[in-house]
Ligand binder design. Structure first.
Ligand code: IVH
Length: 680
């Protein structure tokens, strides 16, 4: 195929994929089946492999996330990103309307009410219809350039829909990036399974995701966006004159806009709209924390103007979050299966959002100190994003002086062993604020590991819940998961309140667990950072559990989804002779170490064991891109040529490295050959 022909075909395929993406991710009305979509996508990738010059930033192939960055570059906003003043009562809404009436005497005012999405504000810049860059709000003047992360969000169009019209020279749109309630639950379930600290709510999870320096991780987080405003606009074409028209215009360009809005002309109508939104928002797929009331007309907005922080023409009405106040009786410290110590507030029971709450999380030691939470305090508790209730603050004026400071334990409250808060992992939330018990035999950790092994998402062993696990552990019958497979009927029946039927059921469950997929076994080992997604990915690229543990950190990193932290965690785990012994015993007990997910075609390590040197300027690839391609396929990149170098990729103006390669007889290839090898 000629390049010109390939170009035309590429443009058609990209356009078609973008159309289906828009239908699926923006309109929620799929226009194609999964298989047919995958086929189109595959064709696009094949074409780009053959003609790498066709890869452009707005190609649908670029959604999977590029190379990680060390830090985000600052990005100064062309138009400042202001915030909104908050109100909490109907009276304040009326007062706001009256203020605007005074600013615009005699004008007929129209209002738009929109949901206030609880996410992170972003600015997206399009030049001649193509998504160029995007940033966070930051301090309102300068934010972080998070373009690569934003590109992974499928509801952000990489190209505007302009039909036969001319796209604006420059268009900046503003909106909110968020995680759906379901997406948030999913991420937390995964984090629970891999022993990582849970996100407190959907907003924190969205923030943690957007701040990831590795866009490939962001690509796997189900982030979404709603667009509701403008930044800088440069266009010869006509522009909307008000908010209602703007939302229609944005929708036409391919953006996802607020799913419901209200048009109002009086304070009474505004109050009614706020109440309707409050009822409706419980059914939304994402969290909202208020209503935004905006003057519709842009001309009127200009007259009303701004304060230094916020527009005078808009206001946020915040709904009361589901909070309650109660007394903090005591604090217990729980030890999880990874040894993490979590302080838990023991409360006087109180009704919150329909259920009686007597315990709430206090997150970690720093949280208690920073909020100065003391035993005996009246505290405000909140259901954060519908999950575990949390203590949010102390009711300051209810102190009597009798409250006592809480001493965080100096040793493990379960086993008395040493605890440490030396950084374990660098993932969001794991900032060294978590204390962990260092004793792997800690009874709480042992119980936690057994429960995890038996749980539904792991080995799915019926009957293996908290109560039985506690009995098995405290009776000394079981110290680790391999011991489960030595249990006899008589031993089980010797346990208190254990009938023959339940004992038999449990043994049947254990028997069945021997046939489970190997990814479940790997997940069940409870290795830090190895959750469901990672376990599956490892079992897709390795035929057996043995193969996984025979791999080096570098080899493991070739695997999709596995970064340095995870690879180190796996290698470290296997470095412990006790863990190796555990694997041996599990194998001897007849558990399945063979992966049914293994797909040799998916193994990307075609350059494993090879060292490449890049020199000179390559015609299309940037140095970092070429290096990323090598590393993604298991190869290494070195800065200097030696006899051991496998291959030198040389571009224009290659200097001494090329000479050395020739001197040492190291093969030299050009970019085209390099790309061919990458694709082979
Ligand atoms: S309009 C000049 N509309 O709320 C500021 N903001 O508390 C214009 N937000 O920073 C903002 N939903 O991050 C607007 N429908 C909506 C919104 C919304 C959420 C956020 C936004 C803003 C914050 C202000």
């Amino acid at each position: 195929m000629k390049l010109s022909e390939a170009q035309a075909r590429h443009a058609r395929l990209a356009e078609e994929i973008r159309r289906h993406d828009h239908a699926y991710y923006v309109q929620a009305q799929p226009t194609i089946g999964d298989q047919a979509y995958d086929k189109l996508y595959r064709q696009l990738l094949d074409l780009e492999q053959e003609f790498p010059s066709l890869v452009s930033p707005d190609s649908p192939s670029q959604r999977v996330g590029g190379s990680p960055v060390r830090e985000f570059a600052p990005s100064t906003h062309l138009v400042p990103m202001l915030s909104l003043d908050n109100t909490y009562s109907k009276e304040e809404v009326v007062a706001f309307v009256n203020r605007v009436v005074k600013l615009l005497p005699g004008a007929k005012l129209g209002w738009i009410v929109e949901p206030k999405v609880d996410g992170l504000a972003v600015n997206l810049r399009y030049e001649r219809g193509v998504f160029i860059s995007g940033s966070t709000r930051g301090d309102g003047t300068t934010g972080d350039d998070i373009t690569a992360n934003l590109r992974t969000i499928r509801s952000i169009p990489t190209r505007l829909i302009c039909g036969s019209g001319e796209p604006p020279k420059m268009l900046e749109v503003r909106g909110e990036v968020f995680l759906t309630k379901a997406g948030f639950e999913k991420i937390n379930a995964e984090r629970r399974a891999s022993g990582e600290e849970l996100f407190a709510n959907a907003r924190n999870a969205a923030a943690g995701s957007l701040k990831q320096l590795d866009p490939r991780i962001v690509a796997r987080r189900p982030l979404d966006v709603v667009i509701y405003g403008l930044g800088r606009v440069e266009t010869a074409g006509s522009q909307p004159a008000g908010q209602g028209a703007l939302l229609e215009w944005l929708k036409g360009l391919g953006f996802k806009t607020p799913e419901r809005t209200w048009t109002c002309v009086s304070p009474e109508e505004l109050i009614e709209a706020i109440a309707e939104l409050d009822a409706a928002r419980k059914g939304f797929g994402y969290e909202t924390d208020g209503a935004v009331i905006k003057l519709d007309s842009f001309a009127q907005r200009e007259k009303a103007g701004f304060t230094s922080k916020a527009p005078r023409w808009a206001i946020a009405y915040k709904y009361a979050s589901e909070q309650a106040q109660t007394r903090l009786r005591s604090i217990t410290v729980q030890v999880g299966r990874t040894g993490a110590l979590t302080p838990v507030a023991e409360l006087e029971p109180v009704l919150l959002a329909g259920s009686t709450i007597s315990r709430a999380t206090l997150h970690n030691e720093d949280y208690i100190r920073d909020k100065d939470i003391r035993l005996g305090d009246m505290v405000t508790i909140e259901k954060a994003g519908e999950v575990i209730p949390a203590v949010v603050e102390v009711v300051a004026d209810s102190r009597t002086g009798g409250e006592k400071k809480f001493q965080f334990p100096k040793t493990c409250p379960e086993c008395g062993s040493k605890i440490s808060r030396a950084g374990r992992g660098e993932d969001a939330g794991e900032d060294g604020s978590v204390w962990r018990c260092l004793n792997p035999d800690c009874p709480a950790q042992v119980r936690g590991r057994l429960e995890h092994w038996c749980s539904r998402g792991v080995m799915d062993i019926e009957g293996g819940g908290e109560v039985l696990v506690r009995q098995l552990a405290s009776s000394g019958l079981v110290r680790d998961v391999a011991d489960l497979y030595n249990l006899s009927l008589s031993a089980l029946m010797g346990l208190e309140r254990m009938g023959e039927k339940s004992a038999k059921n449990f043994l049947d469950g254990l028997e069945l667990s021997k046939t489970r997929d190997s990814w479940r076994l790997l997940l069940g080992l409870g290795i830090l950072h190895v959750g469901t997604g990672v376990s599956k990915a490892l079992c897709r690229s390795h035929a057996t559990i043995g193969d996984i543990f025979a791999s080096s950190v570098d080899q493991l990193r070739n695997c999709e989804d596995v970064g340095e932290v995870i690879a180190n965690s796996l290698v470290q785990w296997h470095g412990d002779p006790r863990n190796r012994e555990l694997l041996k015993r599990l194998r001897a007990a007849g558990l399945n170490f063979q992966s049914s997910l293994f797909n040799p075609d998916a193994v990307a390590g075609i350059f494993a064991g090879q060292t490449f040197v890049l020199t000179g300027t390559l015609p299309t690839l940037k140095r970092d891109d070429a290096a990323a391609r090598i590393e993604a396929r298991g190869g290494k990149v070195s800065g200097s040529v030696s006899k051991k170098t496998s291959c030198v990729v040389a571009g224009e103006d290659a200097g001494s490295k090329l000479e050395k390669a020739i001197q040492f007889g190291v093969p030299v290839i050009d970019e085209a050959e390099f790309l061919r090898r990458c694709g082979s």
